[in-house]
Ligand binder design. Sequence first.
Ligand code: BGC
Length: 391
Amino acid sequence: MTIQHSYQCLVLLSALCAACLMGCATDNPAGTAADLPGARGQITRRAFGKTKEGTPVDLFTLRNTKGAEARICNYGGLVISLKVPDRNGKFGDVVLGYDMLDGYLKSSPYFGAIIGRYGNRIAKGKFTLNGKEYTLAINNGPNALHGGIKGFDKVVWTPKILATPDGPALELRYLSKDAEEGFPGNLSVIAVYTLTEDNGLKLDYTATTDKDTVVNLTQHSYFNLAGKGDNLHHEVMIKADKFTPVDSTLIPTGELRPVEGTPFDFRKSTAIGARINQDDEQLKFGKGYDHNWVINKPAGKLGIMARVYEPTSGRVLEVLSTEPGLQFYTGNFLDGTITGKGGWVYQFRNAFCMEPQHYPDSPNHPNFPSVVLKPGQVYKHTLIYRFSVQP
Ligand code: BGC
């Protein structure tokens, strides 16, 4: 073997080693946000598996300087885990999900997902825009739910690590093509997750279209602030004087009903379990809470929508958003058939979701705030899940 040959072999060998390291590595520090000027915190990236079509998917670990950590995957923009401290400073995971990508690919009730193009239900999967009727896939009883058969929770987003002074951030981009899942217009979506220094997981959405369309983006993390057991002892405050009652298929009737005197009055912090089993038609329709609250705050303004306190851990979750509504869902369709992270069998009401959004079925309710996006306009939505503790 000539010197030239051995040099070539060496080059080949090192290239192979590097490829193996990148492919098989656990956390790959390439793209560490802390290296970038002005940036705070850290992001690492590693392979997380492949979709059914064979597209590789990565897992991004965001850490702020306080030790909080969010793991996010560019398949579905899924929040895979979220570790925040309890009142003794002990970090614990506060979201439900699976350990491996495979679980999400097989079947998931939207654990941790980005939801779009339209969050929640559209009645009978039909709506009319500019005089034209659009038909969507029916995937929930007689209705369309969470963007269709293959919503934004089941697509691969293009990831980019960002350096920001607020904390480590992950940008995810997706182009939803004209007529995808029946919706009109090419919709270009950018979602940026940032793990802030005050232990907030922030999500900034922007979207633009080339045809009139409807858009309603949200986030579907299932929270349990104790990291185990049911959700009934979590104490919830929702800043809303009204909610939107539903029919038996969970489509809003169009009424904005005062919460006063109903089990939907969360203006004062109340345990989820305090009234959830009351003999109330709305609670029966949802098998618990699965409703949209009309938040008391000016439209488009970032503000607190809800606060949840879990007494055993002392953890507090505040939900902030620029949207007019909040879907509060108490995990009523969890039924013990899913085994999640660490072998936890997810039972009825083991978690809750707080989904800031426009009201369900808005395209069919002219009295609800509009969800129409036109060419030249920019859809914007910021939401924050902010964690702290109470003594
Ligand atoms: C809906 C529930 C649904 C859940 C998971 C929530 O946003 O309101 O009715 O079961 O998502 O699919």
